[in-house]
Design a protein around this ligand. Structure first.
Ligand SMILES: Nc1nc2c(c(=O)[nH]1)N[C@H]1C(S)=C(S)[C@@H](COP(=O)(O)OP(=O)(O)OC[C@H]3O[C@@H](n4cnc5c(=O)[nH]c(N)nc54)[C@H](O)[C@@H]3O)O[C@H]1N2
Ligand SMILES: Nc1nc2c(c(=O)[nH]1)N[C@H]1C(S)=C(S)[C@@H](COP(=O)(O)OP(=O)(O)OC[C@H]3O[C@@H](n4cnc5c(=O)[nH]c(N)nc54)[C@H](O)[C@@H]3O)O[C@H]1N2
Ligand SMILES: [Mo]
Length: 719
């Protein structure tokens, strides 16, 4: 019995209240807090953060605190459903699990026989915990088409680092003396990292933040670089110009461990702080000061983000220019710099070796058809690890080439994740079978042929590891509500119905976890003795500068200022081997004609502390923290010029479409930029983006820089 249970029992003897342990996965995957769930008669009556959990140490955020509203939401799916009315109508009839799984398996087998297994796409939304099992299901079935939300998140950042260094290195927050936050706002998105910043500040860590907006993170900074959206590459190159020009770079690292420095140096000479100011809007003096600070304080670390810099049509090239700074200053894979810790399980380094990769990639790519998007995004296919590019999915469904995609099995699929979200719906309508597995009846579920009810994290068992070498295999705190099941149970049941000849699917989920964890000598049986989690027994001790032993995992074996992978594409715009800066495809710099009619930069999706994408609008506690209508942020100077007042109805238009929302006037956004949160059902900003407004390297959408116009709508009172 833990302390909390003891103290609670002490206070309420005979109350019948138990404390269950679990994790909150409303956010996913880095920030999953430990939960203490107070249970009475099988119901959760109160939620607290677990004090012993090393990530959250007893705290919870506004979303986690509202977890009961998430679990007991009125729109929870209760049983499997079969669509009886037109797509989108919401007319369904309940069916049994057996009927649902038998129908799905029969259709998938039919498609496999008629046109090949690649005609079935297996998709995972933002949820991460079931991904290894879903990928194995796809490959065991014979389809290369495992796709995820990571086609819009994180992977392009990892690609940029991979092109430069061969593998990513994250900021060593504990030991750094200078943190260069390049676009993250952890005070809204990652409380653990926000706490690390505050602790760093207490011990004198310098802080530079690159962000177009003013945020709680920029408020902490010694230097804030308010870059114009999508111009990060130019800023990084201008900083490199100062660092090289003033001799502040690491000569030994550059001479012995890098490739292509001379050409990079020559290219960078075109970027003075003054040209930097012209291209990015950041004052030249600030560019100089930031470059000097980052290059002279040792060790220094760059904190990247999973999304804002790569949500541009030039995103990967921009981040390559940023990460080159870590090589230039000798801060890669050093304590307090960008330290390499290989992932243990589902993107997180847990300081243990695992067999996740061998588990998921159970069939070689050569034994399957080319992945969706393989031709269109060859650099993604070469460097992004094991996934198809989901941004191409709607195209291939529509075009039928190079082969037809006839079924999509979606786990937590939200069509508003994509640009041209309406186009996604139109594509899904062409499928022979669309299945969506979700916790809630969502707008995407309404278009599915079969809907399956998943349970939430507190109703299931899942494996999670944390970067501090902490690992947990959760125990369900309550039984799955209604007739819901965990995603993993659904995947294993489908594998069974499909008759897949796969020993690990046949052995079951826990046996699979044992197999994955085998190299770490940790078993599910041992983990179950610690439902709150435990520190791993023999955490890996990782040395600095691992490249001294084996070189870099790049084609040249060195850190690459000039990418050998991209050299193959010489002459193709956007594929340059040097981190060449080009403005975003739609921007005043690249499309001045368009900018005359659509003068504002449309920047979307900066996170709010109480919302997670489409998930938490339904939580009354969380949504009460913000006015109950979709709004776009405008700088008060721009608003005054257009005669727009707070809460006025405004129309935001692009050549693609228009939405009407409220105006929110705030100094947080710079002049000339309109910012709008994504995923609102009532006003979906993703309607405004063309489906092919994508970075040619990663396939990531340009969510953070399109061009738009803003007009006041007469009459008012729309919401
Ligand atoms: N305009 C614009 N668009 C964006 C972005 C942006 O910044 N701007 N950001 C992009 C990024 S970075 C991301 S990560 C994506 C967000 O990715 P999405 O996948 O759109 O994220 P969510 O809406 O959080 O989750 C999708 C669905 O998963 C369901 N779900 C939750 N938990 C579970 C579970 O345990 N099992 C199952 N089966 N389902 C579950 C939810 O109910 C929801 O319907 O959006 C991208 N789209
Ligand atoms: N509360 C909450 N937390 C979340 C999420 C959530 O939905 N809600 N989502 C999770 C997910 S999926 C993700 S990907 C992460 C994102 O995590 P973060 O990157 O920390 O959060 P964002 O708010 O998306 O972006 C951070 C900052 O990038 C800035 N930015 C926008 N455009 C640009 C640009 O062109 N250049 C630069 N340098 N900065 C730019 C924005 O102004 C914003 O302040 O958050 C995760 N955590
Ligand atoms: Mo994301």
């Amino acid at each position: 019995m833990n302390n909390l249970q003891e103290s609670l029992r002490g206070k309420m003897p005979g109350s019948g209240i138990e404390v269950g342990k679990s994790i909150c996965t409303i956010c996913d995957p880095q920030t999953q807090c430990g939960l203490d769930l107070f249970l009475k008669d099988g119901r959760i009556i109160k939620v607290e953060g677990s004090r012993e959990h090393p990530y959250n140490a007893g705290t919870l955020c506004a979303k986690g605190a509202a977890l009961r509203q998430y679990v007991y939401s009125a729109d929870r799916l209760r049983t499997p459903l079969k669509r009886t009315g037109p797509r989108g109508s919401g007319q369904f009839q309940p069916i049994s699990w057996d009927e649902a799984l038998t129908t799905i398996a029969a259709k998938l087998r039919e498609i496999k026989e008629e046109t090949g297994p690649e005609g079935v796409a297996f998709f995972a939304g933002y949820t991460k915990y079931f991904r290894p099992y879903l990928k194995r299901l796809a490959h065991a079935f014979g389809s290369p088409n495992y796709l995820t939300e990571s086609s819009t998140c994180h992977t392009a950042t990892a690609m940029a680092q991979t092109l430069v260094f061969g593998q990513p290195g994250g900021p060593d927050l504990k030991n750094t003396n200078c943190l260069l936050v390049w676009s993250a706002n952890p005070f809204h998105t990652n409380p653990g990292n926000a706490r690390a910043i505050l602790r760093g500040r207490e011990r004198g860590m310098k802080l530079i933040v690159v962000d177009p907006r003013q945020t709680p993170t920029t408020a902490q900074a010694d230097i804030h670089l308010p870059v114009r959206p999508g111009t990060d590459g130019a800023l990084a190159l201008a900083m490199a110009g100062v660092i090289i020009g003033e001799g502040l770079y690491d000569r030994d690292f550059v001479a012995n461990h890098s490739y292509g420095f001379e050409e990079y140096r020559d290219y960078v000479q075109g970027f003075t702080p003054e040209t930097g100011e012209e291209l990015t809007g950041v004052p030249a003096e600030r560019i100089r000061a930031a470059a000097r600070l980052y290059a002279s304080v040792k060790p220094a670390a760059i904190m990247p983000s999973a999304s804002p810099v790569v949500h541009h049509t030039n995103g990967v090239q921009n981040y390559r220019a940023v990460f080159a700074l870590a090589g230039l200053t000798g801060n890669y894979d050093v304590t307090g710099g960008n330290f390499v810790r290989p992932p243990s399980f589902i993107y997180a380094p847990g300081l243990i070796p695992t067999r996740e990769h061998q588990f998921t990639q159970c069939r070689p790519w050569s034994g399957m058809a080319p992945r969706i998007g393989a031709d269109r995004f060859p650099v993604w296919t070469e460097t992004a690890g094991g996934e198809a590019q989901a941004m191409h999915l709607p195209y291939q469904i529509r075009s039928g080439g190079p082969y037809p995609v006839r079924a999509v099995l979606g786990f937590g699929m939200n069509y508003r994740m994509w640009p041209d979200s309406q186009g996604v719906l139109d594509s899904l309508a062409k499928l022979d079978l669309f299945v969506d597995v979700d916790i809630f009846m969502t707008d995407t579920c309404r278009y599915a042929d079969i809907v399956l009810p998943a349970c939430s994290s507190v109703e299931r068992a899942e494996l999670r590891c944390y970067p501090v070498g902490y690992i947990v295999f959760t125990t369900p705190a309550i039984a799955p509500l209604y007739d819901s099941r965990s995603d993993v149970d659904i995947i294993y049941a489908l594998a069974d119905k499909l008759g897949l000849d796969d020993p690990l699917f046949q052995a079951g989920y826990e046996a699979s976890v044992d197999w994955i964890l085998d190299p770490a000598r940790i078993t599910v049986a041992e983990l179950k003795k610690h439902p709150e989690g435990m520190f791993v027994p023999n955490p890996m001790k990782l040395p600095e500068k691992k490249y001294l032993q084996n070189g870099f995992k790049t084609p040249s074996g060195k850190m690459e200022f000039k990418s050998r992978i991209l050299e193959k594409y010489e002459g193709e715009p956007g594929f340059e081997a040097l981190p060449v800066y080009r403005p975003p495809k739609y921007s005043p710099g690249a499309s001045p004609e368009l900018a005359r009619e659509y003068p504002f930069i449309l920047n979307t999706g900066s996170r709010l502390p109480m919302f997670v994408h489409s998930r938490t609008f339904r939580l009354t506690w969380a949504s009460s923290l913000r006015p109950n209508h979709p709004a776009a942020d405008l700088n008060p100077d721009d608003a005054a010029r257009l005669g727009i007042g707070q809460d006025d109805d405004i129309r935001i238009s692009t050549p693609k479409d228009a939405i009407v929302v409220k105006a929110n006037l705030t100094q947080m956004v710079q002049r000339g930029v309109v910012h709008m949160y994504h995923a609102h059902p009532e006003a979906d900003v993703n309607l405004l983006f063309e489906g092919d407004y994508l970075d040619p390297l990663s396939g990531f959408p340009g969510f953070k820089s399109a061009l738009c116009k803003v007009e006041k709508v007469g009459g008012g009172g729309l919401f």
